[in-house]
Write a protein that binds this ligand. Structure first.
Ligand code: NAD
Length: 256
């Protein structure tokens, strides 16, 4: 990277990025950011990412929609094949699709345990494995997983979510160790409390909503756009020597 202009190091022109859970929320925000930086986008979700695709195309970018239920392991090869047939390669994978289930730990069901662990951690690992096989051919790749503040803290009434996001942080480090030699970096973004469907129940609970807002030094909930800078950095040449890191984007919550 020596000799490159620093701004050109953030350009994603000619790169293909696969983003899961791209139809709404943080996946949509990150997809728009990656497109603004020049990447071609493969938008993966269990519902069509039509709004995201339209916004990317309106901005002059390229986007391909792939509908896949990532709870099913057999979706993984079809997602990889669809991405490669659309743009010829995968340079960037953003493992963002995730779910949360809320119940007291004492009553928590096996179904709510298994489904959250399946999508939030097992799929994250095997999709990264499948994408890395393509990235290794060119000895270049950027894998960005979506962790959480609950990769660090225990949370309340979300035990499978906390377990799954703890696993995301550890999967990130494990893969970073093994794949650095192939030119692939594996990092994670840990968003703070962001205003999306995932946190609707919290924002509708006046007591929890107020106590969360009061604790955020930035004085507001995060928005999907707040992840654009972090994802472009971790997806680009600018982060070449950053590996195995969990980047917290939380308005200062963890520092409090
Ligand atoms: P969201 O519910 O708005 O979006 C989740 C996306 O994943 C949706 O587009 C949904 O359709 C997709 N999805 C769900 N199940 C799927 C499946 N089986 N197959 C394919 N796609 C599926 O939530 P969000 O807040 O945007 O969450 C995105 C990621 O960020 C998740 O991993 C979440 O855990 C994480 N996160 C969110 C927050 C927050 O405060 N919102 C904080 C930390 C981490």
């Amino acid at each position: 990277m020596t000799g490159s202009n620093v701004l050109s190091m953030f350009s994603l022109k000619g790169r293909t990025a696969v983003v899961t859970g791209a139809s709404t929320g943080l996946g949509q925000g990150m997809s728009l950011g990656l497109s603004e930086a020049g990447a071609d986008l493969v938008l993966v979700d269990c519902v069509p990412s039509s709004d995201t695709a339209e916004r990317i195309r309106q901005g002059g970018g390229n986007a391909e929609i792939v509908v896949a239920d990532l709870m099913q392991m057999e979706s993984i090869p079809s997602v990889i094949n669809a991405a490669i047939s659309a743009f010829g390669r995968i340079d960037i994978l953003v493992n963002n699709a995730g779910i949360i289930r809320r119940a007291d730990a004492i009553d928590f069901s096996e179904k709510d345990w298994d489904e959250v662990m399946q999508l939030n951690s097992k799929t994250v690992f095997f999709l990264a494995q499948a994408a890395a096989k393509d990235m290794m051919k060119r000895r270049y790749g950027r894998i960005i997983n979506t962790a959480s503040l609950l990769s660090f803290q225990g949370g309340i009434r979300v035990p499978s979510y906390s377990a799954s996001k703890g696993a995301v942080a550890q999967i990130t480090k494990a893969l970073a160790n093994e794949w650095a030699k192939y030119g692939i970096t594996v990092n994670a973004i840990a968003p703070g409390y962001m205003a999306t469907n995932n946190t609707k129940a919290l924002r509708e609970d006046p007591v929890r909503s107020r106590s969360i807002s009061e604790r955020i030094p930035a004085g507001r909930w995060g928005m999907p756009e707040d992840l654009k800078g972090a994802v472009v950095f971790l997806a680009s040449a600018a982060s070449e020597y950053v590996n195995g890191h969990v980047l917290v984007v939380d308005g200062g919550w963890l520092a409090r």
